[in-house]
Design a protein around this ligand. Sequence first.
Ligand code: 0RA
Length: 659
Amino acid sequence: MTKSDPNQAEKSASKAESSDYGASSIQVLEGLEAVRKRPGMYIGSTGPTGLHHLVWEVVDNAVDEAMAGHCDLIDVTVKADGSVEVLDNGRGIPVDKHPKYEDMTAAEVVLTVLHAGGKFGGGGYKVSGGLHGVGVSVVNALSTRVEVEIDREGKRHGMSFKNGGDPDNKLSVIGDSPLDDDGNPRTGTMVRFWPDPAIFKEGTEFRFQTLVDRFQTMAFLNAGLEFHVHDERDADAEDVVLRYDGGIKDFVMHLNASKEALFDQVGWYSEDGDDETVEIAFSWNTGYNTDGIHSFANGINTTEGGMHEQGFRTALTRTVNAYARDRGFLKEKDENFAGEDIREGLTAVISVQVVEPQFEGQTKSKLGNVSVRSLVEKATNEKLKEWFEEHPNEAKAMVTKASNAAKARIAATQARQNIRRKSALDGAGLPGKLADCQSKDPSESELYIVEGNSAGGSAKDARDPHSMAILPIRGKILNVERARIDRMFKNTEIISLIQAIGAGLGEEEFELEKARYHKVILLADADVDGSHIRTLLLTFFFRQMRPLVEAGYIYIAQPPLYSTVVGKKKIYLKDDRSRDDYAAEHPRAEFQRLKGLGEMDAEELWDTTMDPETRTLLQVTVEQAAIADEVFAVLMGDDVESRKQFIQTNADDVRFLDI
Ligand code: 0RA
């Protein structure tokens, strides 16, 4: 499939026509009321994520126009009244009578019929997102008001809707379209919507940075497409312009910006299949990360991977090994590099377009189309090989790095065996500092990882020894971002952690079933140092024991910040907010700010933090761990400029500060 292949466009357009109209005519009967009844079905949730989904929906349509080669500017404004306006310079939604509906223009169909989207006519789109691409009509259904202006055939047409899709003003010509510099009338679409607060009960406020982040990704994935983003709610907010003529090559450079490059070049190749296209950009940095592959399908970030990633990994390993052998970097006696050796320090962006994407997995972010795997494999086998041949210096640097990674991996295996052997000699193989629990049933066993020896001591005295184990750790554990696995085994804190949990570590060797505790609870102070330790530990778990995070076994203990005394009873209050709530009800109450963990005695520590009846535990999600990981990579990385910028843009981000 090529983006401009007219036969292909016709084929899939007619497919969309026959199947989609069948489905949507049923939904016309249901009307947009169905969307208002069960918004989650269409936009995932009615929280902030669902709210922002409305913007993605409208912008996706404009991006589709861009991909079809008819649009190069998308302008998004959050208006002072909280509404959002999306303006594009595409062809404009068609304004003539719709072939399948009496008395309705195509534009009215797009705005009021579920799934009508862009899938009709000879110029219909071949490609659309999974969860996305539910159609602009969904935005209409979930808004108190929608205004549309269409510049097409020299005329400006306007229409509006209210109360979730009721017609307000029917489509009519409201003037002439403005002329561009060459004297041609402008074409394009403007959609402005006011999200319905009765649907979005958590609020209708858009977060500017969330919009900018998403448009930046879209700009990277669509080379040359320009986004302008404005926030009219804030007089001081600066307009943002996003445009990357290098597309995903620029994306790779951006992802690598905080790292030291192994070489300056970014490689790129693409390939068209029958019903899918793939485009890949890649480079290597000097770091030790092995999960630098970022993949997208129809513009959607496939965080769970899928066939495109699988195809790339397989072919990458094959191609590099073949090249290394062919050029004598690998001798006859040498074993092949493992995939992880080659992926060390790799940053790659894989972007595929698929006519009928199958999104699978827990979060529907795994691409299931098998045909994509063969296409990516074929493209990589041929074109990556060519790239290596054309860039011998870069290829050599990469192979040398893979070779060092392989040596470190082999050293790590030996170190690991040594630890096992040593553990066997030690008897139980548990670290000396661990005060283990009596229970051998992981489902009721908890491991508290406690910062500092004195807090560790109190925790040992306070705990319920049947189910609670305590592992005190000292100071800052090793910086996992920069250290390779072999060095990690020399760090006593890390060894204690691995031994206590008892399930190994690393991508291939971690065995969740062997975990000795189903709750691993991080206990550190609520200050900057505590936050640093938490970030370090989360990063370690995310990188080396990810199944533990995925299973929901990692928790963060949240010692309260305040206490107050009522009669003889002490009441603990979690944070400023609970203190304020309490103060509102008990105006005469006096509050004490609680001490750090190290200064609490055993009783206090039990009452505030460890008693299962009253404690607050925050279960860590993979997403939170990934954020910690990102925070970590930037904060600990070598690039001072990125670090500064990151702190500035995230200083008021609750996600970052909460962890
Ligand atoms: C249906 C058909 C065509 C374009 C569009 C919809 C369209 C929708 C939106 C929503 C926001 N911006 C948009 N731009 C275009 C094809 C038009 C043609 O064949 O000329």
